[in-house]
Structure formats: C-alpha cells, structure tokens
Write a protein that binds this ligand. Structure first.
Ligand SMILES: *[C@@H]1O[C@H](CO)[C@@H](O)[C@H](O)[C@H]1NC(C)=O
Ligand SMILES: *[C@@H]1O[C@H](CO)[C@@H](O)[C@H](O)[C@H]1NC(C)=O
Ligand SMILES: *[C@@H]1O[C@H](CO)[C@@H](O)[C@H](O)[C@H]1NC(C)=O
Ligand SMILES: *[C@@H]1O[C@H](CO)[C@@H](O)[C@H](O)[C@H]1NC(C)=O
Ligand SMILES: *[C@@H]1O[C@H](CO)[C@@H](O)[C@H](O)[C@H]1NC(C)=O
Length: 947
C-alpha cells in the first residue's frame, strides 16, 4: 500500500514524489480540519470506546480511522483500532460513527485520530484533520484546579532553608486527596550536592529509613558552592542553577502543574533542554542514552525477563544529564512505584507515595558526578579478587547432580579454558527448598572442597520464598521468631514459588537478620560456599494475590494498570514490622535482602569481603551486593543490550555487574555464543549461564567458541591487576569500571550516543561484534592514540570511526596512549595468576609519556594491608613509586613493553636504579619495545632506564 502523506518527514518526502497523486486527486478531502468532529470517548479496562462525527465524501471510498497511542512518550504502532466502513454518499454531511476497541496495552495518555482514505488501492493519509485526546490512566482528569502551593513562611537556620507551603485553593484531588500543608527543606550537603525535600507538615508519610537506604551526611562547613537554589512563592517552584546561571533543574514548567502532592499521587516536572542527553533511570533494557522524547521509565520491581522499555528487576530513580561537556545528576530518594517520563523539553515524575526527596549534584566531570551520587547512597562494595575470574553456571541440563557439574568443569579444564567459580542453580536443592542438598548432591560438599584445593570457588543460589513444611528448620525458626510477612489481620501471607506454597521474610523485622544469618551459617556446614546468589527477590511470586491498587496506574510491565502492582509479587496490603506497608517498600525487598545477606556473610567470615549476587536492586544496593541483569535471552539484541545495561549500572553505583553470557533463555547459536564469549570476557562480572530446557552452550562445545574464549579471557586474566585496581578505585570513589566513550572527553558529542563500545577504566577500549554474520566492525576512537592490543601498533591517532577486521575468533581491543596497564602472566585461575610475574604495558601518548598504577592486597580482607604503586614512563625512563608498601608483593616485575617507541634502534643497555641489568633482553619491532629478563622487586621504589 502506498502512503501518500503522514506526519513524518519521510512521509513528506514521499508526498513530494507522489505529490501529483495526493495533492491533485484528493487534496480537497485531505486537508480538512473539520472532517472529524465531536469525539467522545471512555477508556476503561483497556478498552477505548466512543463516537464521533465524520464528514462524508462523494466517492465510493473505503475509509479507516486509526487510533495511534501517543502521549509524547509512547508511539506504539500496532496499537490501532481500525474502523472500516463502506462510504455513503452525500458530500459534506456528517455521519455518526461509534468505535470500540482494545488499545493494549501501552501508554494511553493520548490517542490520535485521523482519517485515511483508500481508493483503488491507493491510500491517502491525512492527519491535518487529526486530533489528540487525553485519556491518561482511565477517565481523563483535568489538572485545571491543580494550582500548586504557596510559600507562607520562610526561615533559614544553619544554612538550611525551610519553607512552609499551603495548598493554593481547594486543590485538584487528581487521584487522591491533596495534602494541605507542606514543608520544604533545602539542605546544602557539600560544595556540589544539595538536597531538597518536600514533606507533609502535619501527617506522617512513608519515608526511607537511613539504615535501609543511606541519605548521606551534610558537610559541616561548605565554602564555595557550585550551585544555587532559588524558588518562586506563588505557586511554589524551585530551581537549581550553576553559578554561571545555567539552570540544571527547574520545576517551573510552563503548561504543567507546579506541584501535585496527594496521599497517593505526587507529580513534579523539570525543564530539560531540547534533545537532552539523559543517562540512567533503571533497571531497563534500552539504549544507554535515553530518548529525551519518548522515554517512560516505570519503577516497580518485577520478575520479568528483560524486554525493551519495560520496568525490570530493580529501581534506580537517578538520572545524569550531559550538557555542554558537563555532567550533573538528580536522584529522587523515594521507594514507591513511579513513572518517570522524558518528553521533549521536560522530565515528569509521577509517584504513588512517599515524599519528594531530591538530591541534585553538579559534577561537572562524570567521575565527580558518580563520586557525589555514591556519597549519598554508599560507595560500591569492594569485591574479592576471585570474583573477577570466569564463572560457570547452568540451570537444569546435566547440572542436576554433582557428577553432572563435575563433568562440565572437567571438560572446561581439559579444553584449557579459564575458570574460577562453579555455580549451582536451584537444581542442587532438595525439592527446591533453600539450604538443603538434593539426593544427587549427597557428595557435593566433598566436591566443593576439591574445587577449593584447585583455587576455584563456589556460589549457590538461595531464594527468598520459604516453603511451609513442618520440621523444615528455616520455616520453623522463622515462625518462632515471627519474622514472616503477614496480612494486616495477622495471618501469614502465602504465595507460590519453586518449592510450592511459601512465606517470605519481613526484612524490616528486627529478628529477620539473625534468622537469615543462622540459616546461612547452618547451610555453610553442608555446602562450604564462597558467596551467595540471591534470586527471585523482586519479590517474585508465581501467583498474583489480591491487594490494593491506587487510582493512578503506573505503567507496570508496560501495561498501565492492566498489569497491576500485585502482579506476580507480594500483596501491596501486607504489613511489615511496625506497620510499614508493602505498598511503600515493594521496591526494597531485594535491596534489604542483599543487606541481610551481606551481613550474614560478614558474620560467617568476619573481616572478609562478601560476594552477593542479587537480581533485584535499589539505590545503594551496590554498597553491599553485586548484580547481574537477570533472565536475558540468546538473541543478538540481548547481546547488544548487555552493554547499555552494564554502563547504566555503573551510574547506579553497581560497577560489578554482568549479563548471562551466550544468553539465558532460548537456544543460542555457535556464532552468537562465540561473539558473546568475546564480549563477556570484558564484563566486570563474567558468567556463562543457560536455562533449563535448552541445549548446552558451554564454550568447549564448539571449536570456534573455545578459541574465542581462550583468546579473550587470556586478555582478561592478563590485565587482572588492572581490573582489580579499577574495582578498588570504584569502591573508594564510585567511579565507573565500564565507561562510555564520552567519559574520556565529555565534550565529544560524537560519543554521546555510543553504546556498542566501552572502555574498561580509561585504558582498554572494547569494540565487540554485535551483528550476525559480520566479519568486521566499525568503531569509534576518541581522541588520542589507541594501540591494537594484539600487535601494540597504533590503530588510531585522532578521533573518528574506523572499520576493523573482526574474524570469528577476534575481538578488537585497544589500549589508550598515555596509559600503563599493570599485567600478570595469566594462569587459568585468578589465584594462580596472582602468583605469576608482573609485566607492564606502557602505551605512550603523543608526548612519549604514560602512567598507571598498581594496587595489591590479599584479595579477600575488608581492611587488608595493601601496597600502592604508581608507574610513569617519560623519555627512556620508567619510574616506579611506592606510596604504600604494607602488603608484600612476592612476584617480580619481569618485563616492560613500551608501545609507540619511536627510536629507530633498540636501546643497548638497561639500568635498574643506575645499575646495568645484565640478564635483560631487548627487542624492537613495529615501535614495540620489549624489555624482558627483568627481576624488579615491586616492594621498593625503582627507576628503570634504557639507553
Ligand atoms: C510515531 O511513529 C510514526 C510512524 O512510525 C512516525 O512517523 C512519527 O514520527 C512518530 N512520532 C514520534 C513522536 O515519535
Ligand atoms: C459538534 O458539536 C457542536 C456543539 O454541540 C455542534 O455545534 C456541531 O454541530 C457538532 N458537529 C456535528 C458535525 O454534529
Ligand atoms: C475546580 O474547582 C471548582 C471549585 O471547587 C469546581 O466547581 C470545579 O468542578 C473544579 N474543576 C475540576 C475540573 O475539577
Ligand atoms: C486475613 O486477611 C486475609 C486477606 O484478606 C484473608 O485471606 C484471611 O482469611 C484473613 N484471616 C483471618 C483470620 O481473618
Ligand atoms: C487490601 O486493602 C484494601 C484497602 O485498604 C482493601 O479494600 C482490600 O479489601 C484489601 N484486600 C485484601 C485481600 O485484604
């Protein structure tokens, strides 16, 4: 069918080409704004119905009416109702047409109606007669009376500004009763961070306790602030600006309510620049840079295999905006369900409870912004070193007995593949009951001991649903401590997960932590695990209980209230300890479980770092736990999405994150698994996992995948000291381990939208193949010199795109000029690698210089003694400075590579601290100088010189 003209530019182009057809023959009909009149409609339970008057035309034509759902956020094609009728005569008379149809299930907040005329197979689309209608969340609601609040009293004390607000007029009760009086406090937290909190003056509302979600601590004395906060009095709006006057957040948005503050509905918006560069808001599976025009991010944790545009397992109400090379961020510290919409020029929050508690941080560098955000929610936990190795997991398949798992491990090792950690999914349990071993795992713990002897580790899964089985200790103990979740009338709440009918712990109960710790400690006696994997903690429930649904329907699972809040989770009616309602804390279930699990592991191994892999998360979860992106699928799109997901989690303060390699759900292919092995080798958390019901997808099953995995993981294990150093830095500063390319130069607008490549730290650029059948890949190189990992030759010397060969077993990796990567000769486990000699890769910048650092400790202790070294190459000298040497570094530095070495001939002699090193050998090829045969003690400062 030919579309003559529509609203898009493409259509306009087509219109020009077909102009004679569209314009001449049907022009008189297609530009008539009065063609549709008097539309009435109702929208209820997913059905839009109503009537309208449509002008008729003389010719015997078919006509259609399309209802396109559109609210500036959504533009879902395929959600149209078609009304089709045979034309009747009488030109310019109006016929009354009724319509009714399911508009399912996406984002109806406006629909669009226009005419399409069809004659002799040619379609004339005319939207000049089209009109938008608002049907947000059921019957349309007028915001005419939502006139906001007036400032009635102001006071300033200790630098904190307090405002009393009173509702202007009678309010609008859009979705629930208006709160009459509000209190605003504006608290400077640091030179770069300010908190603006709006609470109910008279009545208690749900507010996040600081022991569950940290609220940061204001500095005592703040000298110069990099922001100013101002407000308007009537109606009250507030604005945060940079000293330059640049406005970062401004709730005075023309045409929108200034502030709606109701019992179960809060709405506030801020101005954004057109085409704003917004990152963050999650969990989600979407591009890293969020569409500034059509993003709707719903936050309501759900066990939903990650699909594009849905809410997912975790909630992170924080965004970062990159504007003119500077980054700032906004965090809404609120755990309630919400929709956050980005539409052209604005961001709107629609929240169904709690308080408005904003933190605005001013960056301006990306690293500073992350440091500021993690100063509120907590710095990322420092992971044990072994967790940086390769992890093997499998659900079902042959992994239903000790022998089945052992066979896989043996095959991996025989293939020469890298392996650090052996996981166990729910199959190891007896009847899927937590903390038990099934009969085919009777010899499991002996096997775990064997793994430990080989310097391998083990992590089993634990689910929060506790089966109601008489005599089952976790259940009995929980009953005696009275820690399970209940209905308001005191009856236990039952749901259903893997083991059958279950109850769930109330993590707010003061005894729940002890109960959980006790179960974990007992379990450790029969399964000497090294970390725990907490799944199903959204919380997932196989049945949907009845429970309260507020009037404003958030877009849970992309379905605007059709999928209500109770869908496949705990009832919103449940009450936690001291009356806290599940309605308010749903999004905290996994986060709080992670806190308790971290505490339990700390109690089990005092003084040691913990490893907790959680599926669900909230702001701050990264300070106690790590994360994977849940149940992805074996598709090329999921391969790509893993990159924006991992980059977004860096912004959420969860640097240790990964996606299931080769895809969890569905059958993978050799080629997909091959490309995934290559990319996954550079995930901070690097785990292969696959769902039951699908054929095995272990690397060793295919020759090509084995080769790719060997090649890519050899890089990973080689740069282990570098990766570990990045993790250590992240735990101090919050800085991203996986960095988008604009991290290197926030003014480089070319990089703003790139999410098919990333760097590890600032030194290692990864350009994976994400397309089926490709044997090359086009990647962007930020400015500076980038050296090919494999040859040490300069690949790119100025910013721009390059197409690179990428045969099936090759992943492109480049090293940034100016960076020194600390490396070790790789063995097949991280532990064994840490015992090997060190070497350095010094990739020189345009000035012939490079620098780097090395952090070494025992790899497991919370407050380990550590050593910290810095390296600098300048001219023909490598300087090794030791700023701390508490931890004895046994392996020696055995070689140094200098990339971008421009002298024609190699040096004749190598000197260490002025003394000639006799055993040293030197080769020079293609500007790669390789100095070997060194034996440098890294516990002391030294100077290596070549001439
Ligand atoms: C909506 O989709 C149509 C058809 O794909 C496109 O022409 C139009 O530009 C889209 N509108 C927005 C706001 O994205
Ligand atoms: C639509 O409603 C208006 C106001 O009631 C009326 O004047 C007009 O005639 C109606 N249009 C049609 C086509 O019936
Ligand atoms: C606005 O408030 C006035 C006075 O209370 C009331 O009569 C009117 O119906 C309200 N309008 C809407 C759209 O709610
Ligand atoms: C308590 O409330 C729940 C949910 O409404 C209900 O199923 C249960 O029967 C009630 N228990 C008692 C003892 O009334
Ligand atoms: C949940 O709470 C609402 C409102 O408080 C109540 O109307 C409803 O009956 C409750 N449902 C259950 C199952 O208890």
């Amino acid at each position: 069918m030919t579309i003559c003209c529509g609203r898009s530019k493409t259509c306009l182009l087509i219109f020009l080409v077909l102009g004679y057809l569209c314009g001449q023959s049907r022009g008189q009909y297609v530009d008539d704004p009065s063609a549709i009149q008097n539309v009435t409609y109702t929208y209820d339970n997913n059905v839009l119905s109503g009537s309208m008057m449509i002008k008729s035309y003389p010719n015997n034509m078919n006509a259609y009416i399309y209802y396109e759902t559109y609210d500036g956020v959504w533009n879902m094609t395929g959600t149209t109702i078609t009304v089709h009728w045979q034309w009747e005569n009488s030109e310019n008379t109006y016929g009354n047409w009724s319509f009714s149809g399911a508009i399912s299930p996406y984002g109806i907040s406006k629909f669009y109606v226009y005419l399409v005329l069809v004659e002799s197979g040619v379609t004339y689309t005319d939207d000049n007669n089209g009109q938008y209608y608002v049907v947000a969340n059921g019957a349309p609601r007028s915001t005419a009376n939502c006139t906001g609040y007036d400032v009635v009293r102001t006071s300033v004390s200790n630098g904190i500004t307090s405002l009393d607000l009173a509702l202007n007029g009678n309010g609008c009760a859009l979705y629930s009763p208006d709160v009459k009086y509000l209190t605003v406090s504006i608290t400077p937290y640091s030179a770069d961070l300010v908190r603006i909190k709006i609470t109910d003056t008279a009545n208690k509302r749900w507010q996040l306790p600081a022991n569950v979600v940290s609220e940061g601590t204001p500095s005592k004395s703040i000298k110069t602030k990099s922001y100013s906060v101002s407000y308007t009095n009537s109606p009250f709006t507030f604005k945060v600006s940079r000293p330059s006057g640049e406005v970062l957040f401004d709730t005075n948005v023309s045409g929108l309510p200034s502030l709606i503050y109701e019992d179960e509905y809060l709405e506030i918006s801020s101005i954004l620049p057109e085409n704003a560069n917004i990152y963050g808001l999650g969990d989600m599976a979407d591009s890293f840079r969020r569409s500034p025009d059509t993003t709707l991010q719903t936050l309501w944790n759900i066990d939903q295999a990650t699909t594009r545009k849905n809410n997912a397992y975790g909630s992170h109400p924080v965004y970062y905006e990159l504007r003119d090379g500077m980054v700032h961020g906004v965090f809404l510290r609120n755990s309630n369900g919400m929709d956050i919409a980005l539409v052209p020029g604005q961001i709107t929050y629609r929240v169904i409870g709690g308080v408005l508690d904003f933190y605005v941080f001013t960056g301006p560098t990306p690293a500073a912004a992350l440091d500021q955000y993690t100063s509120i929610i907590g710095k990322p936990a420092f992971v044990p070193l072994w967790t940086l190795g390769f992890h093997q997991c499998r659900y079902g398949g042959t992994w239903v007995s000790t022998q089945g798992i052992k066979d896989t491990v043996d095959s991996l090792q025989q293939a020469g593949l890298y392996l650090d950690t052996v996981w166990a999914d729910i199959n190891y349990m007896n009847a899927y009951d937590d903390f038990t071993l099934g009969s085919s795992f009777w010899d499991w713990n002996a096997y775990v001991s064997t793994l430990h002897k080989e310097n391998l580790h083990h992590v089993p899964i634990v689910d929060p649903g506790i089966p109601i089985v008489n005599g089952y200790r976790p259940y009995q103990d929980g009953l005696s401590s009275d820690i399970f979740l209940k209905w308001p009338n005191g009856t236990l709440f039952f749901g259903q997960v893997w083991p059958g009918i279950t109850v769930w712990a109330d993590w707010f109960h003061p005894q729940s932590g002890n109960w959980w710790t006790k179960q974990i400690m007992k379990f450790h006696q029969i399964d000497s695990f090294d970390g725990l994997w907490i799944d199903m903690n959204e919380a997932s429930n196989f049945v949907t209980p009845t429970g309260y649904e507020p009037a404003y329907k958030i877009n849970n699972n992309g379905a605007w209230g059709i999928t209500g809040l109770n869908t496949r989770t705990l009832s919103t009616n449940l009450t936690h300890y001291s009356g806290v309602t599940e309605y308010n804390v749903h999004n905290l279930f996994g986060h709080y479980e992670a806190i308790h699990t971290h505490n339990a592991l700390s109690a089990l191994n005092p003084g040691k770092r913990t490893f907790v892999l959680s599926r669900s998360s909230f702001a701050g979860t990264g300070s106690v736990s790590q994360k994977w992106n849940g149940d992805n699928s074996a598709t090329w799109d999921d391969l790509y999405l893993s990159i924006p997901q991992i980059m977004s989690n860096q912004l959420f303060g969860i640097p240790m994150v990964g996606s299931d390699i080769c895809g969890f759900n569905g059958e993978t292919t050799e080629e997909l698994c091959n490309r995934w092995a290559q990319l996954g080798a550079f995930y901070p958390f690097s785990r292969h996992h696959h769902a039951t019901g699908n054929a095995d997808s272990f690397f060793f099953l295919w020759e090509s995948v084995t080769q790719s995995a060997l090649k890519a993981y050899t890089i990973r294990y080689t740069v282990l000291p570098y990766l570990y150093g990045l993790m250590q830095q992240a735990s101090q500063t919050g800085n991203a381990v996986v960095q988008p390319l604009w991290w290197h130069n926030p003014s480089d607008t070319n990089a703003y939208g790139i999410d098919t490549q990333f760097t590890l730290g600032n030194g290692l650029l990864v350009t994976p193949v994400l397309t089926e059948g490709a044997t090359s890949v086009t990647g962007y190189f930020p400015d500076g010199i980038w050296y090919d990992w494999y040859t040490g030759s300069a690949e790119s010397t100025s910013a721009g795109y390059k197409t690179l060969d990428a045969n099936l077993t090759h992943i492109n990796v480049h090293v940034k000029g100016g960076v020194i990567l600390p490396a070790q000769y790789p063995s097949k486990t991280t532990y064994n690698t840490t015992q090997n000699p060190y070497f350095l890769i010094a990739a020189l910048d345009n000035n012939g210089k490079s620098s780097g650092s090395l952090y070494v400790d025992d790899g497991v202790s919370v407050n380990s003694n550590y050593s910290q070294l810095s390296f600098e190459v300048s001219g023909s000298t490598l300087t090794i400075a030791v700023s701390r040497n508490e931890f004895h570094i046994a392996p020696k530095l055995s070689s140094v590579q200098v990339w971008g070495y421009t002298s024609i001939s190699p040096p004749n002699a190598i000197y260490l601290n002025g003394r000639r090193v006799n055993g040293a050998q030197v080769t020079l090829s293609q500007q790669v100088l390789n100095i070997t045969g060194l034996n440098v003690d890294l516990n002391n400062k030294s100077v290596l010189h070549w001439k």
